[in-house]
Design a protein around this ligand. Structure first.
Ligand code: OGA
Ligand code: NI
Length: 339
């Protein structure tokens, strides 16, 4: 089948072969019967600051993930943003394709499966819209113009989510024993939004919305309303049950490198379902391309040597793309011991 946007296909009775994963990669057998609320839920207003920092550190060390409630982002705005993301994905294919930006960097992209569609062996059951988010006045001109409220709503949304992300990063710094602004500036200077859309799938046991992966970010802040996200923990896939107006926060490779492995990214994936379309929006906090990423000097010494080598973020990202679905290859690439 030619590449068409998945959400624009007519109702399919079966999964096209190019979307069927080999048995060992299918969610089928490992699919958890029920979602369990196992990733910790943190109330960011309910406790004093020191306690919150302790909770965040404990959850990120144990799971690489937590769900945040009372995070300061307007609930109304979260609803409006989710609505506009859904509206975008339900537009006709032509209309969506025409919203890709015309700038030389193609900074706003829309694609099915992954950016590697033609080269990948098996496709993923999702459509994706992605674009940078900062500085707003520079990047917003390349965002979709349709739906007509997209820029206004999403502009306000990313301002608030970025502010929330900064707070989390400051607390993580505090917990790690770094100065609270260690990750501000260039190290968190290039956030991007990725709006995933997983249409209903005729046979979810054969497909994946997203492969097992760890994010190439410092942290990722995910908005989701329905089940589908799973986290790998102690040899099992556990479902992350969405709490209304919460955000799922997870650690990515960049923070793993900077914290010299004190915090680690956790593997996760998205599974599909046969009854409804699911939309999620991931806000990835990335460093600016020219930022040097390396273990913080304050966290390494003779007994605790750097586990990862220093590199510019753009080199990390370029090399990450082709290794994304294989954690071992990524680890080899970032390791301080190069073979
Ligand atoms: C991602 C991701 C999970 C989801 O976009 O990196 O992990 O539930 N998304 O869509
Ligand atoms: Ni992810």
């Amino acid at each position: 089948m030619d590449q068409k946007f998945l959400s624009s296909w007519p109702n399919l009775q079966f999964v096209p072969e190019s979307f069927v994963h080999p048995p060992e990669k299918r969610p089928g057998k490992l699919l958890v019967a029920q979602t369990c609320k196992t990733i910790p839920v943190l109330d960011l207003q309910g406790h004093d600051h020191t306690q919150i920092v302790q909770h965040i550190m404990k959850s990120t060390k144990e799971f690489g993930f937590f769900q945040a409630i009372n995070h300061g982002v307007s609930k109304k705005l979260m609803d409006e943003a989710m609505d506009v993301f859904k509206q975008f994905h339900s537009m006709p294919a032509k209309e969506k394709a025409s919203q890709r930006s015309k700038d030389p960097n193609r900074s706003c992209k829309f694609y099915t499966s992954s950016q590697n569609y033609t080269a990948e062996e098996v496709h993923y059951w999702r459509d994706a819209l992605t674009h940078p988010c900062y500085p707003l006045e520079e990047c917003m001109q390349f965002w979709p113009e349709k739906p007509s409220t997209y820029r206004k709503v999403v502009g306000e949304y990313v301002i608030q989510v970025r502010r929330f992300g900064e707070k989390i990063l400051e607390m993580l710094c505090e917990g790690l024993g770094l100065s609270s602004n260690y990750l501000s500036g260039g190290l968190s200077g290039n956030p991007e939004l990725l709006v995933n859309h997983y249409p209903p799938c005729p046979d979810p046991s054969l497909t994946l919305g997203l492969a097992n992966h760890k994010d190439p970010s410092l942290i990722t802040i995910l908005l989701q309303e329905e089940n589908g996200l799973q986290v790998f923990k102690d040899g099992q896939w556990i479902g992350v049950e969405p709490l209304p107006h919460s955000f799922v926060v997870n650690v990515g490779y960049v923070l793993q490198i900077i914290s010299n492995g004190k915090l680690k990214g956790a593997e996760h994936r998205a599974v599909t379902n046969s009854s409804f379309a699911r939309t999620s929006a991931a806000f990835f906090i990335y460093p600016s391309n020219d930022s040097l990423i390396e273990p913080a000097k304050a966290l390494t010494n003779a007994c605790d040597p750097p586990l990862y080598r220093a590199m510019q973020f753009k080199d990390f990202r370029r090399n990450f793309l082709c290794r994304a679905a294989n954690a071992e290859l990524v680890l080899q690439f970032i390791s301080s011991k190069q073979s």
